[in-house]
Design a protein around this ligand. Structure first.
Ligand SMILES: Nc1ncnc2c1ncn2[C@@H]1O[C@H](COP(=O)(O)OP(=O)(O)OP(=O)(O)O)[C@@H](O)[C@H]1O
Ligand SMILES: [Mg+2]
Length: 257
């Protein structure tokens, strides 16, 4: 058993099989086959333009591939829209985070799925109390501390806003969370808080797919590292069995040894 409690021989949660996506004549993702396990943190690394974002967009239903398929628990799933991905339990943290600045934390966490109560049994109203209570429960469960839940999220720091966006995904019972460069715009302390949150998600059985250019973070966080170059998957290695030098060689020269 691994630390997460998942047997190492469990079937993969998610399989990407022969996935390709071209833009005009450019093969942005070229025949990628990759298995993603339950409750693992898999980092995807590679130079600019390697195809990392294009690959995860296919999983998020943001950009359907030209060829190939995605299987969850061995079954083929069609991920043509973000809604398909959501229904399959795949949540994606977009760069813009998709928060509404003027709303507070619980309102953003529940955006689009707000519980309602009926005043005098008639007039529907947002159930702010339930939203607040469930938000606090959710934040507690993942060890997240946000000081002022009732402030508009425009007043929160970059890392706190990211935490609110992740909380939105967690409210939907996601099984896979995709993060494209989550730490890029954050300071050191805030970056560490996001790392802690990723570890907490893994502990709760959530699979995290994270794209990052920061190899220090990648080595701190990932169970395995997938390296892409020119749209191809060069290799996937266990973090404990590799070195930074080896990963840099894979990124730069496409060498696996
Ligand atoms: N919408 C698009 N239209 C045309 N070409 C695109 C589009 N999106 C990506 N590309 C091209 O596909 C290739 C792969 O891009 P992608 O964004 O997947 O790379 P990446 O590995 O995420 O890079 P970065 O680290 O810079 O974010 C690049 O050559 C890019 O210019
Ligand atoms: Mg990218």
């Amino acid at each position: 058993m691994e630390a997460s409690g998942v047997p190492p021989d469990a079937p993969p949660l998610l399989s990407i099989v022969g996935l390709s996506k071209s833009y005009g004549g450019l093969r942005a993702v070229d025949n990628v086959t990759l298995e993603i396990r339950r409750a693992e943190v898999l980092a995807v690394v590679g130079d600019n333009g390697a195809g990392k974002s294009t690959l995860v967009k296919a999983l998020a239903g943001a950009q359907p591939p030209d060829e190939g398929e995605v299987r969850i628990d061995g079954k083929v799933v069609e991920l043509r829209t973000p809604r398909d991905a959501e229904a399959a339990g795949i949540g994606c943290l977009h760069q813009g985070l998709g928060l509404v600045d003027a709303l507070d934390v619980p309102e953003n966490v529940f955006l689009g799925r707000e519980p309602q109560i009926r005043v005098l049994g008639l007039i529907p109203q947002l159930d702010h109390r339930t939203m607040r209570e469930r938000t606090i429960e959710l934040l507690d469960r993942f060890g997240i501390h946000l000081p002022r839940l009732n402030d508009p999220v425009s007043r929160l720091s970059g890392g706190q806003r990211q935490t609110v966006a992740i909380s939105r995904l967690l409210l939907q019972d996601v099984r896979v969370v995709i993060m494209d460069e989550p730490m890029a715009a954050l300071g050191v302390a805030e970056g560490h808080r996001v790392l802690d949150l990723v570890r907490s998600m893994r502990q709760q059985g959530i699979t995290v797919l994270v794209i990052s250019h920061n190899l220090e973070h990648v080595f701190q966080l990932a169970d395995r590292i997938a390296v892409m170059k020119n749209g191809r998957l060069i290799g996937v290695v266990a973090t404990a069995e590799t070195t930074r030098e080896a990963i840099v060689r894979m990124i730069t020269f496409g060498q696996t040894h």
